[in-house]
Design a protein around this ligand. Structure first.
Ligand code: SF4
Length: 275
């Protein structure tokens, strides 16, 4: 099993639980190249290294985005204007691609992430408000592997409130990154979490009921089943990863554009010719 770890409480608590339960769980850290004045990426990796130092046998794979792909995430977002220059869009897309690739190429049968109930409820709220049927069809704590090359994905903490994973980390003495990613400020998901917290304060259990009712509607009433069956994936001719695109996947196209723009900035002659 591969566990995606960010250095935060949820993913480190999940890794700790899986190891304690006897799973051979290896970690994957994707170094995004985010500093934000708090050495966010470096600090996160330091916490993970301290975590594995205390757990002999725990293995970690690090994918260094700036080194491997050519630019840190915030610069890549500026260069492509993807997500209006905010890094979250390219960050999420890149992390999903890298996680699947590392799990697939490493022969792991499952990829686990530390999403908690607050994350799932906020995602569900966002997908529902904008009626993203495709995303709703794929939102589930267990996504099976597919012949197209998607690895099985699980979210074992999806029923736990964020405060519960924080309490677990505290009780077990797990040191984690307290700072949020600096780009989380103003993110829509944080806004939805605030709204859901107000709802939860008035109606305790509302978040859990929201997520479980959605899952029940999918499982018992077949909600979104048609949208799920309509998704056909192909292989990207460049990287071999599954994609809904005809031709190269969004990851390959986006990062090719980043490297082209970087190269044209490095070579002003080329830049002038392009005008
Ligand atoms: S807040 Fe945005 S940039 Fe930061 S880790 Fe999350 S998705 Fe990436």
């Amino acid at each position: 099993m591969l566990v995606a770890v960010s250095g935060g409480k949820d993913s480190l608590a999940l890794w700790d639980v899986l190891v304690a339960l006897g799973y051979q769980a290896d970690g994957l850290y994707i170094k995004l190249g985010i500093d934000g004045g708090v050495r966010y990426s470096d600090q996160s990796l330091e916490k993970i290294e301290a975590f594995i130092a205390a757990r002999p046998g725990a293995r970690l794979t690090v994918v260094d985005v700036p080194q491997e792909l050519g630019a840190p995430i915030p610069l890549a977002a500026q260069l492509t204007r993807r997500g209006q220059g905010r890094p979250c869009s390219i960050c999420g897309m890149s992390r999903r691609h890298i996680m699947n690739r590392v799990a697939h190429d490493g022969g792991y049968d499952v990829l686990a992430t530390g999403h908690n109930l607050d994350d799932e409820a906020a995602t569900l709220m966002g997908n529902t408000l904008s009626w993203q049927v495709g995303y709703l069809a794929r939102q589930h704590p267990v996504l099976p592997a597919s012949d197209d090359g998607l690895v099985r994905k699980v979210k074992p903490f999806f029923r736990f409130y964020e405060r519960e994973t924080a309490a677990y980390a505290l009780v077990c003495g797990i040191d984690y990154v307290y700072d949020e990613c600096p780009y989380a400020v103003g993110a829509t998901s944080i806004y939805y979490k605030g709204l859901l917290n107000q709802l939860e304060a008035d109606r305790p259990g509302a978040k859990l009921q929201f997520v479980l009712s959605f899952l029940r509607a999918k499982e018992e009433e077949g909600a979104f089943a048609q949208a799920a069956s309509e998704v056909t994936l192909k292989r990207c001719p460049k990287c071999g990863q599954p994609t809904a695109n005809d031709g190269e996947c969004t990851f390959c196209r986006t990062w090719d554009r980043v490297r082209e723009r970087l190269a044209s900035q490095t070579h002003p002659q080329t830049q002038m010719e392009a005008r």
